[in-house]
Design a protein around this ligand. Sequence first.
Ligand SMILES: [Zn+2]
Length: 491
Amino acid sequence: MHRLRRTLLVPLGLGLALAAAALPVSPIAERSAAPAAEPPTVSAGHVAGATSQPARISGGTLRTGAAPIRPPAPADAPATQLVSGSVDRASIRMSATYAAALNLNFGTRAIAVDTTITATNTSGTSVDRVELNTIAARLGGIRLGTVSVDGRAASASIRDQTILVPLGGVLPAGATVKIRVAYRATLNGDLAGSNWLFTRTNGVASLYRWLPWISRETAFTRPNHGDPFVTPASPRVTVRITTDRPLVLATTGDRIASSGLSQTFEARNVRDFTVTAAPDFRTGSRVVGNTTVRVWYRPGFPATTALDQAVRAIGRMNALVGTYPYRTYKVVQSAGGYAMEAPGLIWLPTGVAPSSLPYLVHHETAHQWFYGLVGSDQAREPFTDEAAADFLARYTLGSKRASRCSTARLDLTIYSYSSACYYETIYIQGGNFLDDLRSRMGSTAFWKALRAYVSANRYGMATTKSLLDTLDAHTSLNLVPRYEPRFPRLY
Ligand SMILES: [Zn+2]
């Protein structure tokens, strides 16, 4: 179990942040001169006293993570676009790039993260705070290090799975701010509860949502396995991962550089950045259209079946909802727990029964469209995410079935459904509801509507209402009477 810790910024952090800001600017990718072979300085044994230490994740270098993607402002320009005042407001509508360094000690399970977020306020109104999501705050015993805003120390705090960063002023609409966040945490050694999302077990390190990401404060605890997350897509994420030993890494990004024990990855238009690592991962791949489907697996994993199913799923879904947008589709054996989606990547748990793979692979592949491309508030509107994905999976597999729970409304949050009926209601009843609409509208109109919905919300955020309204707009039938009893919050 990991205690939640509230940590205020230590004064030492300011000096380090300023020192880092004064260093020459160069993108992470060009840092081959960094001490790549040096192992992380953290270890699990340092956990207790680490709170008051500044972030120093890469031996003697402070350049780690202090890598602005944008060029620095001229010396005579204002150093910040913040103005004085307060509005007590955050927004998820921020366009943010992430430049991060991740040190992963596979042996001790210790990780150290140092990220610089360059965020532009696209909300149309002023904000004075950002709410960053990371499950390290709930599952990894997070200890915050340096947190700064435009080079000035910020007194960040942690609440649930959110790092709250006051900007120290008001960020007007359209203005940009640079937020640096460093932390240390420890991966779990088991799969219990939600630990499988942040663990090193069965010879695999699985890191889900370790990178603090612009979000809206959202409760992590839920009575089921629902995804308690909401994250907008980022145009660019660059991550340099340094490990304590040679590891094969499967990440949301594509590898753009490698030097010693450091590997750098870049991803575009993604809404999370998942890392999976094992010393003995093998890979295999096949090409579908313009997409390379690649599987990462350890000996004993049913990799051929997983690859076959992924190739089939991508091909079928491309035809129904539009072409998969990333160059590579990664099918990765995770430490265990559940199957899970990330943009351009899915996890299949260690120990999965080969007979479960067709469904699991199709369901997670469907999330490439309904989550990856079209984002939504997974916590507050799980129908938008899971019903659409499960419908597409079961449609392409021909595995529609009846629900084992009584008919219920489909417009509630993940927090409102019981463990026994969350899946049966949102996935099964939700998927069947969409399939019923397909029957009534006719397949041609239905798939045309779904492609229009995907296209209109590409890399954006959609809502349940926008999905249902789009379907309604593509038929001469009036679907609203069908919506009313199942979505009383919306119709
Ligand atoms: Zn799902």
